[in-house]
Design a protein around this ligand. Structure first.
Ligand code: PNW
Length: 462
């Protein structure tokens, strides 16, 4: 609001990249089609109790067969860009060796459709569906997996490098490492703190090696990585709360940002986790590889951390934070989404500002932001989701404020295009702009889809 009380336009830059995002295992289904091998999620989702309702991604949104309809929806929303991931087990079912052409062909058909609609693809190489054969060989705690990832990246870039401009290596290495190997909430469901920290290093190394492999094919490729980041604040100014915030910010944000953008692991975090690992997995030259210059940084944002010092009740067994399992997560008392995540749009501004203030400048993209709510089809057949509209509106205002404050934010991707397989929560949590009726595979754009289409068409909020 201006002093006159008149609304000032919340207008976005003319070339702002408006998109929506998905991930292969969450939408594709067709788990055994055309030579795809099992991923760690095919195996983990069959473990009793691992996923709400015992759901799996076997069918998901059947996007593998319905991609034409789904690209039609993207068109009708006016998306400028579509962020999706490639399933490694489709492209390289053995996790090593030759490519599976039938797997590549699916992504060729998809890209033909997406680009035919004038939509700019943003391709993510890894959104958590590691070929199970590579987990059997050690998974991310094993250094070899980083080398295998670079080979796979070279295959995919070799196939599509001439037509895809935006490449991101990994989606959220924190989730892969900490939910996969520390608290075991995600595939492969291991609870091994030392292995989790080795995974962090090998994921980042894989990112660096893959970036180099892509650059060796095309020097001018636009390559980056996506991190889930959350500004972290202390409950009070008490020294113990400040230290709790430092520790969580360390293992959740700086453990990834520092090696990627500064070429070093944060000393305080290395000290905090010293009882778990001595970082013996770091070899000469690794940090130079990891900090290979990137052309963009993707940020996935859902909520923030407000933390307090341990209260002596001991560690939280489900904590994803090594050496900080006893830090208390107290929140702000703000309304929550169906995930139980507090809604904190200012936290998105703070997160973008933190990255742009503390690290060398790199173009930023919000590669995921969105919310789950308990959507239902109404009596008239529509899905009305005013809470999601409000969520997007408030978070887009935070993005706009960040741009005004000088943050080099170049685009925004709503999570997600479609309701989909929400990992450990199965189909129970709906994040889509578009409702999916899993019995019929019918797609119903929610009111938030119409809202977002209007934002894109006007390039501003009103
Ligand atoms: C991200 N956490 O995952 C992913 O990139 C998406 O695939 C996912 O659907 C979306 O956010 C919503 O969950 C996360 O436990 C999963 O803090 C879990 C956490 C964070 C991000």
């Amino acid at each position: 609001q201006s002093d006159t009380g008149l609304e000032t336009a919340v207008r976005f830059p003319a070339d702002f990249l408006w998109g929506a995002a998905t991930a292969s295992y969450q939408i594709e289904g067709a788990a055994t089609a055309d030579g795809r091998s099992p991923s760690i999620w095919d195996v983990f989702s069959r473990r009793p109790g691992a996923i709400v309702n015992g759901d799996t991604g076997d069918e998901a949104c059947d996007h593998y067969h319905r991609y034409r309809e789904d690209v039609g929806i993207m068109s009708s929303l006016g998306l400028r860009s579509y962020r999706f991931s490639v399933a490694w087990p489709r492209v390289q079912p053995d996790g090593r060796g030759p490519a599976n052409q039938a797997g590549l062909d699916f992504y060729k058909r998809l890209l033909d459709e997406v680009q035919g609609a004038g939509i700019e693809p943003m391709l993510t190489l890894y959104h958590w569906d590691l070929p199970q054969v590579l987990e059997d060989a050690g998974g991310w705690p094993a250094r070899d997996t980083a080398e295998r990832f670079a080979d796979y990246a070279a295959i995919v870039h070799g196939a599509f490098g001439d037509r895809v401009r935006y490449w991101t290596t990994l989606n959220e290495p924190w989730v892969s490492a900490m939910l996969g190997y520390h608290n075991g909430a995600h595939a492969p469901g291991r609870r091994e703190p030392a292995a989790a920290l080795a995974s962090v290093h090998h994921l980042l190394l894989g990112h660096g090696l893959a970036t180099a492999a892509i650059r060796s094919q095309n020097e001018s490729a636009t390559v980056g990585i996506t991190l889930n980041l959350a500004a972290t604040s202390p409950a009070t100014d008490a020294a113990a709360d400040l230290d709790a915030a430092r520790r969580i910010d360390g293992v959740a944000n700086r453990l990834y940002l520092d090696p990627l953008l500064l070429g070093t692991y944060p000393e305080d975090v290395v000290r905090d986790v010293a009882a778990i690992t001595d970082f013996g997995f770091v070899q000469d030259g690794d940090l130079a590889t990891i900090s290979t210059k990137i052309d963009m940084l993707g940020i996935n944002y859902y909520t923030t951390n407000v933390v307090a010092a341990p209260n002596g009740n001991g560690p939280d067994a489900g904590s994803p934070h090594p050496a900080a399992e006893d830090v208390r997560h107290i929140g702000r008392g703000a309304p929550k989404t169906a995930m139980g995540w507090e809604i904190d749009p200012d936290g998105l501004f703070q997160t973008l500002k933190m990255v742009s203030d503390n690290y060398p400048s790199v173009p930023l993209y919000v590669t995921e932001n969105g919310a789950a709510f308990d959507d239902e089809i109404g009596p008239d057949g529509t899905v009305d989701d005013p809470e999601r509209v409000a969520y997007f509106d408030s978070h887009l205002r935070a993005c706009h404020r960040a741009i005004e404050a000088g943050v080099p934010l170049r685009g925004y991707f709503a999570w997600s295009l479609l309701d989909n397989f929400e990992w450990a929560f199965g189909y129970d949590k709906r994040f889509g702009l578009v409702f999916v009726d899993y019995r019929t595979q019918r797609r119903i754009p929610k009111s938030s889809a119409r809202f977002y289409a209007d934002v894109i068409a006007r390039n501003e909020l009103w």
